[in-house]
Write a protein that binds this ligand. Structure first.
Ligand SMILES: C[S@@+](CC[C@H](N)C(=O)[O-])C[C@H]1O[C@@H](n2cnc3c(N)ncnc32)[C@H](O)[C@@H]1O
Length: 218
């Protein structure tokens, strides 16, 4: 690594640190700080291909949500699969989603998310629409109604396939508009194989898919 690379890396880390602190202070929550699986209380056998908690940058979450094909968020349930301390849930709550649900398998991270729901306040909003669930994503039952599913690399391909199979079953039973937002995407090809799912757009930072899009009114 050259001095120039090191300087850029340091500058980025400092910016991210202040952005994290700013988000937590202005939203009255504690979502910052990476947490290893061991510190999140996950036993070695349980890990399989799971990733540690690394909160997404708020501006990257907003950028991806604004690129999503949902002109009106109010009929949709937003689900963050692997929601950690809940940062993405609080960013999603800036939009008028019907429900904002988080699925997290670490009890410690889930408890922090629940504490955050109690203290969260931002621009006149509270945490009443935010529902963190303590559950393994592989057992999650997708809610009824149109969905926005968000994943920021919670796990690898094997777990992802189990989750996508469940989604596929749910959509076959009840076809409904479903948008999938992948942040720093690694498994777009797997998502594209879900029946009915089509890629809408993508950048280096996010990739967006949808299935069963409603017919546009002319
Ligand atoms: C990279 S973090 C993403 C955090 C958050 N979604 C965000 O965007 O800020 C991945 C999270 O997925 C959780 N996770 C990993 N495997 C999981 C599983 N099988 N079920 C539920 N949560 C899981 C981890 O504990 C961690 O909190």
């Amino acid at each position: 690594m050259t001095w120039r690379d090191r300087w850029f890396h340091l500058k980025r880390r400092v910016c991210e640190f202040f952005e994290d602190q700013w988000f937590d202070r202005t939203h009255h929550v504690h979502t910052s700080g990476d947490v290893s699986l061991r510190n999140a209380g996950i036993a070695t056998g349980e890990e399989a291909d799971s990733e540690l908690y690394v909160p997404a940058r708020p501006k990257h979450i907003r950028e991806a949500l604004h690129a999503s094909p949902i002109p009106d968020a109010s009929p949709y349930t937003f689900v963050d699969i692997g929601s950690g301390k809940g940062r993405t849930l609080f960013v999603a709550a800036e939009l008028p989603f019907r429900r904002v649900v988080g699925v997290e398998f670490s009890a410690r991270l889930h408890e922090q998310a629940c504490r955050n729901v109690q203290t969260f306040r931002f621009r006149g909003k509270d945490g009443s629409r935010v529902e963190p669930l303590h559950q393994n994503a592989m057992e999650f039952r997708f809610p009824d109604g149109p969905l926005v599913l968000y994943l920021f690399n919670p796990f690898g391909a094997a777990t992802m396939q189990v989750v996508l199979n469940r989604l596929n079953e749910s959509l076959q039973r009840d076809p409904r508009h479903t948008v999938m937002v992948l942040l720093w995407p690694r498994c777009g090809e797997q998502v594209a194989r879900v029946r009915g799912m089509q890629r809408v757009c993508g950048t280096q930072r996010h990739e967006i898919f949808q299935a069963y899009a409603p017919m546009r009114q002319s």
